[in-house]
Design a protein around this ligand. Structure first.
Ligand code: IVH
Length: 674
């Protein structure tokens, strides 16, 4: 074999391996190699191609982004029009849909419905010729779309080559390109930091990213694809139902959702809708409803179309996550570090099933960037468990007496001056520890579950304690007497006694929790853990140098300076001294020394409650042994720990056949590895 043939063989083997791993990662959702190994393969292929450009083929994984920017998008005629769907908003409307279908088919036999999420992104048509990615287009008006081939090529979950042998010569896949929530949030956070325009929602983000003339920009955006159907095929497929179609697409290596099912009654579809609605907030991408499709192709054909929508399908919409309302006023809330957050007071409006009265405006830069005035009609968005936010103002509806939003010159709580550094987006109250708003927030944070975990010391109680001037700082929590608590409204002897006990119990903690609890600006849970692990002793951290801090992974100049400033502040040192005098302590070996990493690389999910340990304790214990504790069950989950009254995670785990551990088995496991 010649030298060049050998190289070509290596190239082909690498491409096949990479394609296989892409398939396992994107389509099967069960990667079999770590990301680093994948990156290594990819780089190896890239290097080979650099040295042998004559061997580069268009369908090679590193060749996703290659083309030059376009000056405009070309038009594409859809040979089979891309339709839209009729909408239903409640149970009665889908029951009507069901009835119409029975009437039209004049049948009494059960009808099978295929159900799947309605993905909230951009509809695309992707054409494969001889199993190779050829062309992609937007839906446009349904007849004519735009050619976005070079942008769609950059999306890793769209395969460049299909798998299997019996693929039609020409195959048009239809589906949705979307931006996953995590990528969307990351994109916007970076955009805010760099003073760039942010996207109002993931759908706009996906649309905006696909509308780029330069494919390099699209390539930098985290886009993904799900297929939900087909368009034109050169040969008809030996397939008779929608379910079979999606299964076939998956076998060809095309990504389809796992959240799909077939039911033989509309009532069962309604149940699935309700389940999907509860899952909505946990999915890593946005969906705006569920699509119900008659499963049988022959019945679909009998039913046909009306104008631009099929009679055999309907979009059963979820409550909208964005609504319009009027911005009545803006107040400023003072946070733990004195940061002033503008809060929108709204004409109450129901968003995704919940009445929203307040929404965050983040900071003044955002207010200016979004050009929002008091009196404006605004778009309010409430997605998942994220705090509702004002996304934009509807400028056409701005009344003539609309008022500009201005930053107060003095703190609305303690009346100290408000200071805004030119380098920061946030303005802060300069009152520090004398500001009761900052006192309250510092104490709430200190007592919270992931910090000192003082059971029963909730937000309302902290506010009452500070308002009554019983507590001014976190150290004073430990001087509280039961009688003082009883004298507060709505506090009985028993709950006051429990609180005193919880305060006492919190004294035994971990160094990581303590570092997190004292509330150093921008030192979150993960950073606190890192600091505890590195310094092992509090005084080592308190007297550390900027060089030492900067030498730690993930700790940058801003956080280092915050840490130094915090411990430099006399008042803070005094409070720490007092806390230690009150007897707060931690076991120096437990929290800092690494345990046997028995659970390294394992992903564990916890559900239900436990009698011997809190979930938080279990989580810490598992993490100390190297496990990653996740909130959602997937095929990648190694174990699910099941306590009393487990939730839907148990159902999912059973469905997927994930090994389960009860509390007893868990304790054995934890003891074995300690
Ligand atoms: S089927 C003839 N299935 O919804 C049937 N559409 O309002 C055509 N969409 O433009 C569409 N998820 O972009 C179908 N699972 C799904 C979908 C879905 C999202 C979008 C699609 C279409 C729009 C129709």
């Amino acid at each position: 074999m010649s030298h060049n043939e050998k190289i070509k063989q290596t190239l082909d083997a690498l491409k096949a391996q990479i394609n296989e791993h892409n398939y396992r990662y994107y389509v099967l959702d069960t990667p079999t190699i770590p990301d680093a190994e994948y990156d290594r393969l990819f780089r190896q292929l890239q290097d080979l191609e650099k040295n042998h450009p004559e061997l580069i083929t268009e369908d090679s994984p590193p060749q996703r982004v290659g083309d030059k920017p376009l000056s405009e998008f070309a038009e594409v005629q859809h040979e089979i029009p891309m339709l839209s769907l009729d909408n239903a908003f409640n149970e009665a409307e889908i029951f009507n849909f069901n009835k119409r279908i029975f009437d039209r088919l004049k049948t009494l036999d059960a009808i099978n419905y295929a159900v799947e999420p309605k993905f909230d992104g951009v509809a695309v048509s992707i054409v494969y010729e001889h199993g190779k990615f050829k062309r992609a287009a937007t839906r446009g008006d349904g007849q004519t779309g735009e050619d976005i081939t070079q942008n769609v090529r950059t999306i890793s979950s769209v395969p460049l080559v299909l798998r299997g042998k019996t693929i039609p010569d020409k195959l048009e896949i239809r589906g949705e390109i979307y931006m996953p929530l995590e990528g969307f949030n990351r994109y916007n956070q970076r955009a805010v930091a760099e003073n760039e325009k942010i996207f109002a929602n993931p759908r706009n983000a996906a649309a905006g990213s696909l509308r780029q003339l330069d494919p390099n920009i699209t390539a930098s955006r985290p886009l993904e694809f799900f297929a939900y159907g087909i368009g034109l095929t050169s040969e008809s497929l030996a397939i008779t139902t929608h379910k079979e179609l999606l299964d076939q697409l998956q076998q060809w290596g095309i990504r389809v959702t796992t959240e799909r099912a077939v039911f033989s009654s509309i009532e069962a579809c309604q149940k699935f809708y309700e389940t999907l609605l509860t899952k909505r907030e946990k999915l890593p991408y946005e969906i705006d409803g569920m699509v119900i499709k008659v499963n049988d192709f022959s019945l679909q054909q009998k039913l046909g179309f009306v104008s631009r929508a099929p009679r055999w399908a309907i979009a059963y919409k979820f409550p909208a996550q964005e609504e319009l309302t009027v911005l009545k006023a803006v107040d400023f809330q003072v946070g733990r570090t004195g940061a002033l957050t503008p809060v929108a007071r709204l004409e109450p409006v129901k968003v995704a099933g919940v009445i929203v009265r307040n929404a965050t405006l983040h900071n003044m830069d955002e207010v200016h960037r979004k050009n929002i005035f008091i009196g404006d009609t605004v778009i309010v968005r409430r997605a998942g468990d994220v705090i509702p936010e004002v996304v934009a103002a509807v400028l056409e509806r701005r009344p003539i007496n609309a008022m500009k939003i201005t930053l107060p010159t003095h703190c609305p709580v303690c009346h100290s001056a408000v200071i805004q550094k030119s380098t920061e987006a946030v303005a802060r109250c300069s009152g520090g520890l004398i500001c009761s708003a900052q006192q309250k927030e510092a104490i709430k944070h200190f007592a919270s579950r992931k910090a000192m975990d003082i059971d029963g010391l909730g937000d309302k109680l902290v506010e009452a304690l500070v308002d009554k001037e019983l507590v001014h700082n976190v150290a004073e929590i430990y001087s509280l007497k039961q009688q003082q608590i009883v004298e507060l409204e709505r506090m009985g002897e028993k709950s006051a006694g429990n609180l005193i006990q919880a305060i006492e119990a919190s004294k035994q903690t971990t160094l990581a929790r303590f570092i997190f609890a004292i509330g150093i600006r921008e030192v979150g849970e993960a950073t606190a853990k890192l600091l505890a692990k590195h310094f092992k002793k509090l005084d080592k951290l308190m007297t550390s140098s900027i060089e030492e801090l900067l030498s730690l992974p993930d700790i940058g100049p801003v956080v280092s300076e915050n840490i130094l400033n915090f411990f430099h502040e006399k008042q803070n040192r005094k409070i720490i001294d007092k806390l230690l005098q009150h007897g707060i302590s931690w076991n120096e070996t437990m929290d800092t020394v690494e345990k046997d990493q028995l659970l390294r690389d394992k992903t564990v999910v916890i559900t239900g409650s436990f009698s011997n340990m809190s979930r938080e304790e279990i989580r810490e214990d598992l993490e100390r042994r190297g496990a990653k504790v996740s909130g959602t069950v997937s095929k990648k989950t190694s174990y699910v720990i099941v306590g009393e009254a487990p939730g839907s995670k148990l159902t999912k785990a059973t469905e997927l056949g994930i090994p389960l551990l009860d509390e007893k088995q868990l304790l054995v496991l934890l003891q074995r590895s300690s």
